[in-house]
Design a protein around this ligand. Structure first.
Ligand code: FES
Length: 587
């Protein structure tokens, strides 16, 4: 019979790691005597990062002594102590290839249910002094598992572990772990996993995303269960586009319509996607990369980008003053996962200023297909002089069966006509949506300045709109995700002081930064991005979780270690890759 060998607890503390402070409770120590296990924690235990650990379905982490032996042999180590893998319960028996999600066990006077495998995290690598540990745990099929506390009670070392019920479908921890993190993702197994009621919402959402993303079907690349970036595979590289026409949309916005400059057909973009333009204002200077949403109807003949000419914007100034009809520009293929989803529910398109561009492409798409969906166009501009696409939008909305429009001017000019140019004076905010009784059961697509996005996202969330129905496009760089790192003040992206000045050129397109790669200074593109304070997102740092998956706009990379499941075509996992030459990355 399986047995509890040790009960280990630890509270969060700050540790120094790679010149950073990490708040973590991965260090656990065995306790003497018996301990009370409560719904969220064992007495004396805690989690440093509740986004990644802890909570009702991850109250107790379990690891097996037989896996200790495996790692001792594989890593050539003999220094392990109870709690070595960050586990609360060190146990004998219940291997990951036998324990099933939904199984129930009595230990001491407490009752538990098996919920999920360990989630991958770099902190176990810190604890083990082995950076690859997150990948090794996942790929070995020995991740360990979490328990939910069905009945609180006391436990102690030596307690027998008694199975009292078996989970449905009989899917083991090893199988569930492989289904998400390793290649393959058979649809029948995904459907089987989704029938297990004990599986937590996050895992269910990942498996549902894999099904929606075409997992197991030919031609599908990437892991849609781990990254929304995986949904839109794109071939890296630039190709020539000829400027077919230039239109002024408002005081400071110009539209450039672009056609193929050679015989190659254009890829039809998904509504909401963008292209990256490569421009070279100084013939001998470095290129600039700028991402522009496609603002026209979905087309394989012509792309339209609409560019706001900012006073300090070098790329915009170049496009306005130097680019003429007939000129050729270098462009990437359409990319990005901010795209209109199919469905029947209402669509709410929310934008301010130049943020109208991607949602305008969605409106074009809805109009082109004579959509029967309820469609709301809600837009904020300063006044008519700075209001782009006004007539186009009113025409498109009027053509829809159930189209609604509301335009706010924050500072209407004397000649601007209420009811014709705009519908209300003031800012577009969540109170506007309340006043208009905009439905809350729709899909919301937002693009605009950071403050606009922040306030509307918060307002929608407090009104009960689920996070997966709120979609945003942010071009100024994504919000960083650095789990557990504390006390690091945000800094603007910059060239590091030790830039070698030669070597492959790494361009971080959204951050507007180009720096040189030196293999002796950085082990991965992630480390280089961090040295430049480019906003990055990561968790495992070793090719498992896909948190760092980013667009590879051009160039190619080599992996070390190889990702457990490759990213989508045209994307890169920056945590475990090095450039093969010049690369452009969409961060
Ligand atoms: S951080 Fe997990 S795959 Fe890169």
């Amino acid at each position: 019979m399986a047995r509890l060998l040790a009960v280990n607890v630890g509270l969060p503390r700050d540790i120094l790691w790679n010149d950073r402070t990490v708040h973590t409770s991965v260090w656990k120590d065995p306790v003497q005597g018996r301990r009370m296990v409560r719904r969220l924690n064992i007495d004396g235990d805690g989690q440093g990062d509740l986004a990644g650990h802890g909570g009702e379905h991850r109250a107790v982490f379990v690891y097996q002594i037989e896996s200790y032996r495996y790692w001792e042999k594989r890593l050539g180590r003999s220094d392990f102590t109870y709690g070595q893998l960050g586990e609360n319960f060190t146990i004998e028996g219940l291997p990951d290839d036998e324990v099933c999600v939904g199984d129930r066990y009595r230990i001491g006077s407490a009752l538990f249910e098996v919920t999920q495998p360990r989630v991958t995290c770099y902190r176990v690598g810190i604890r083990m002094n082995e950076p690859r540990m997150a990948a090794l745990l996942t790929s070995s099929g020995r991740p360990g598992f979490y328990l939910r506390v069905l009945q609180e009670g006391e436990v102690g070392a030596g307690d027998p572990i008694v199975k009292v019920a078996e989970g449905p479908e009989r899917m083991t921890i090893e199988q569930i772990n492989a289904l998400l993190y390793l290649p393959g993702h058979p649809r029948s197994q995904l459907e089987r996993a989704l029938r297990i009621g004990a599986l937590p919402a996050g895992w269910r959402a990942s498996f549902e995303a894999l099904l929606r993303g075409g997992a197991g079907q030919a031609g599908t690349t990437g892991n849609a269960g781990l990254s929304t970036a995986a949904l839109t595979a794109t071939t890296p590289g630039f190709f020539p586009l000829r400027v077919a026409r230039i239109d002024r949309e408002s005081l400071d916005v110009l539209s450039f319509s672009l056609e193929a400059a050679d015989d190659r057909p254009l890829a039809t973009p998904l509504p909401g996607q963008f292209i990256v333009l490569r421009v070279r204002p100084e013939p001998s200077g470095p290129p600039l990369y700028r991402s522009y949403s496609l603002s026209g109807p979905p087309s394989a003949e012509r792309y339209r980008v609409s560019v706001k000419i900012e006073p300090e914007g070098r790329a915009g100034a170049y496009l306005k003053s130097r680019v003429r009809v007939g000129d050729v520009l270098d462009a990437s293929a359409p990319r990005g996962s901010f795209v209109l989803s199919a469905g029947e529910d209402p669509v709410v398109l929310l934008s301010a200023g130049i943020g109208a561009t991607p949602v305008l492409a969605m409106l074009h798409s809805l109009a082109a297909t004579a959509s029967r969906r309820e469609v709301w166009w809600l837009h904020g501009a300063r006044n008519r002089e700075s209001h782009s696409f006004g007539l186009d939008v009113r025409r498109l909305v009027a053509a829809l069966a159930r189209g609604r429009i509301h335009v706010c001017y924050s500072r209407p000019a004397a000649g601007d006509k209420l009811g014709q140019d705009y519908d209300a004076a003031g800012h577009l905010d969540i109170a506007t949506l309340d006043a208009l009784a905009v439905p809350r059961d729709g899909d919301f697509y937002l693009c605009g300045p950071p403050r606009f996005l922040h306030d509307l996202i918060a307002g929608l969330a407090t009104r009960g709109v689920p996070p997966d129905r709120i979609h945003t496009e942010i071009f100024a760089g994504l919000e960083a995700m650095t789990p557990g790192v504390v006390g690091a003040p945000p800094r603007a992206p910059h060239v590091p002081s030790d830039d070698p000045g030669s070597g492959p050129l790494i361009s971080f397109a959204r951050s507007g930064l180009a720096v040189h790669w030196s293999p002796s200074k950085h082990r991965s593109l992630l480390e280089l991005a961090e040295a430049c304070d480019v906003p990055v997102r990561w968790s495992c740092r070793t090719g498992v979780c896909h948190s760092c998956e980013s667009g590879l706009v051009s160039g190619s990379v080599a992996y070390d270690p190889e990702p457990l499941d490759p990213p989508a075509e045209g994307n890169v996992l920056i945590c475990c890759s090095r450039p093969r030459g010049d690369v452009v990355i969409d961060i």
